[in-house]
Design a binder for this molecule. Structure first.
Ligand code: FCB
Length: 477
């Protein structure tokens, strides 16, 4: 890492350091990315379109008309990016496999050229002493599967299980850490209910069906990977985006909205996985809208297959209100109102409020209500309006403060009893932030998209030094 610009500044201290320093030396540190957000090369080596390639071409769907066509060109610059991770001194790298790259069209045999990329990536990571953490599905459903019905259709769960096994058979000899799905809430709610992410559908019932089939696909994949395992280390998990769900006031409408938000945000995923049943109150809410989850015999047993880890992604929280701006507690269709309202705290460039205390609270609650497996924070980070100097260096003290406060929250939750073993910062690189395009920069490394030059920000130096210190070294100069 070129430290010239930052060396003088690199020993950044924060008011969270004394808490962070109580993390154990064995704590795992990493960074996360996803395939469509960084790889580019969307036509290379037999890759076919995913729902995101299609969605990006819908006028107005993505800010500035941005697409993942080029992204960070990671597909071609992979060894250089792995070298960056090594220079940061990280234990682990969480990346996702592009489904349409390794299994074009979403069915059939593996595409040798596509899977070869991940083969090389895994080898490169291992050669640099970095643990690969594979996410099988980070939102890039092959377009053909969406055309056949997508996640609201049961068959997609079986297609996912086949794909998962195909990838495992190729990489399972070297990869121990497997995450089935990234943030199924976003796939279902943003993709099928609100339509603000791919595939852009707006159909509440379809979204609810998608939830069940995502969970079914998860459970089937867990079963298939365990069955395919022949003695290599294997740790299976799922990554959920979770937040607190506090009522805006103690009015009955707001308390109910908070209950519903927790039901559809957290419990509809974790209850079936942990306890093999959907929450009664959520099923009743759905029935009141004439929506019924398409549960078949044996599904809940499959979904509750034992896990080895739970991945939690956290960015912000909102309070729940059960009334709209005009004070109505029913919307135009007669459904109860549920909307998020701000606390009035400082925000990131996403408009997300900075709430490390809620993060500690959330992690404490997860450890209490869903105990038994180690938790890993598989994503946490922030976009800010970075201002590079003439050399492209960004002194992102706002991002450092965000990261430090949230890492300290992790330690607070550990001290309250939650078994949290690692933290992955989102993200290694500035990248394609879905419907927000390239404008929102989450990286600890700046990407100059015109040249594809990578320039570590001050936060990258700070992250490296913090990890070094927690491991028992003194901060690197
Ligand atoms: C999460 C996604 C990730 C990234 C961050 C900012 O919801 O998993 O891909 O976009 O948000």
């Amino acid at each position: 890492m070129d430290t010239t610009a930052a060396t003088a500044d690199a020993r950044v201290t924060t008011r969270y350091d004394s808490t962070i320093d109580r993390l154990p030396a064995t704590f795992r540190w990493g960074t996360a990315t996803s395939a469509y957000q960084i790889e580019g090369a969307v036509d290379a080596d037999g890759r076919t379109p995913s729902i995101w390639d299609t969605f990006c071409r819908v006028p107005g769907a993505v800010d500035n008309g941005d697409t993942g066509d080029a992204a960070c060109d990671h597909y071609r610059r992979m060894p250089q990016d792995v070298a960056l991770i090594r220079e940061l001194g990280l234990d682990a790298y969480r990346f996702s496999i592009g489904w349409p790259r390794v299994q074009p069209g979403g069915k059939g045999p593996a595409n040798p050229a596509g899977i070869a990329f991940y083969d090389r990536l895994v080898d490169e990571l291992l050669a640099n002493d970095i643990e690969p953490w594979v996410t099988l599905y980070h939102w890039d459903l092959p377009q053909e599967l969406e055309d056949a019905g997508g996640w609201p259709d049961r068959d997609t769960a079986y297609r996912f299980a086949d794909y998962a096994e195909l990838v495992y058979n190729r990489l399972g000899d070297r990869v121990a850490h497997w995450t089935t799905l990234n943030e199924p809430w976003c796939s279902a709610m943003l993709g099928y209910v609100e339509g603000v992410q791919a595939p852009g559908r707006r159909d509440f019932a379809a979204g609810m069906h998608a939830i069940h089939h995502l969970l079914l696909g998860h459970g089937l994949a867990v079963e298939r990977l365990r069955a395919a395992n022949n003695g290599n280390p294997l740790e299976l998990g799922i990554t959920l985006n979770l937040s607190t769900a506090k009522p805006a006031t103690d009015s009955l409408a707001d308390l109910e909205a908070a209950r519903r938000s927790d039901g559809l945000g957290t419990r509809i995923y974790l209850d079936p996985i942990w306890h093999g049943r959907y929450p009664e109150d959520v099923l009743a809410d759905l029935a009141a809208r004439d929506v019924h989850l398409p549960i078949e015999d044996g599904d809940l047993q499959t979904i509750s297959a034992r896990l080895d880890t739970l991945g939690v992604n956290y960015y912000f929280s909102m309070r729940s209100s059960g009334v709209d701006e005009d004070g109505h507690d029913r919307d135009g269709n007669g459904h109860p109102v549920g909307r998020g309202v701000l606390y009035g705290l400082p925000q990131t460039a996403m408009g997300w409020e900075i709430m490390p205390d809620d993060f500690a609270e959330l992690l404490t609650r997860i450890g209490r209500d869903y105990p038994g497996v180690p938790v890993f924070v598989t994503e946490n980070g922030a976009a800010f309006r970075d201002e590079p100097d003439a050399t492209g260096f960004v002194a992102d003290r706002d991002r450092i403060d965000y990261l430090a406060s949230h890492i300290a929250a992790v330690q607070q939750a550990r001290e309250s009893g939650t078994d949290i073993r690692g933290y992955f910062v989102w993200s290694l690189l500035d990248n394609f932030e879905w419907a927000y395009g390239y404008d929102k920069r989450f990286g600890i490394v700046r990407v100059d998209y015109a040249t594809q030059q990578r320039i570590p920000k001050l936060s990258a130096h700070w992250y490296r030094d913090t990890i070094h210190r927690v491991r028992g070294g003194t901060a690197a100069a």
